[in-house]
Design a protein around this ligand. Sequence first.
Ligand code: HEC
Length: 247
Amino acid sequence: MKFKSLDPNGRRRVGVHARPALMALTTGAAAFAIAVGVGALSGIAPAHADDDDQEAQILIGFAIAPVPLNLAGKDRELVGLGSYIVNGVDHCNVCHSAGPGTEYAKGGNPYFKGNQPAVVNQATYLGGGRVFPQQVAGATPSIVSRNLTPDKTGLPEGGRTFAEFLAIMRTGVDLDHAHPNCADPTITASSTCFPANLPFNGDLLQIMPWPQLRHLTQHQLRAIYEYLRAVPCVAGPPSGLLHNDCS
Ligand code: HEC
């Protein structure tokens, strides 16, 4: 008899137990009951599906990565899974490129007439710089997506550690303080800070979908981080928040 249990990373493992009576004593029993219940309800055989799924996701991830990947010193499975999430599920580049006008290479825009193949513009891939409309026109800072590519340190987002990345993704904290809350409560409109009379919390990333992305498993967030270590550095503008020293 087969059942699924969770390994410490939250990945599903397929296990084999022959004695149902003994299984009631193991944590696997709960997973077994759920797997059988769901399988019975949906009519889908529970065995193997998730392990196969993760392997398929890793393969698809490598197939759809739009840039050459530097795998040296990286965990290959995590990079593949990360690419699957970044390019196939959550589409980070739609916001973290410089904008819809340059997101795709010439002749490679799938939204254009003529059934063009989708060819991502490597020069802006995850380099940030897309400017979003102000939440309150004339009163709040304009929000600009950030450069997620690694710099010469080899770490993503211009040198962020995994602990920092995790904090950002789980809580939305803006470690760069790009647009803090205005210190002076009499300011009612500003292009650099969020005025006290408005509800927006300038300490948090705006527009960035962290309220949804924070629910990813630690393993999935680790995979995204590993993938972001493997993509090419985008230097961005000569200075400022979006700039990366690539070498
Ligand atoms: C809907 C647009 C959108 C999507 C989709 C999106 N982001 Fe963002 N992200 C932003 C914006 C905008 C900012 C900057 C927000 C600000 O300045 O308040 C940001 C900021 C970030 C930061 C903070 C960077 C730093 O230097 O501190 C990280 C990390 C990040 N995004 C990762 C991701 C990842 C990974 C994905 C895909 C899984 C993703 N984002 C998808 C819009 C988006």
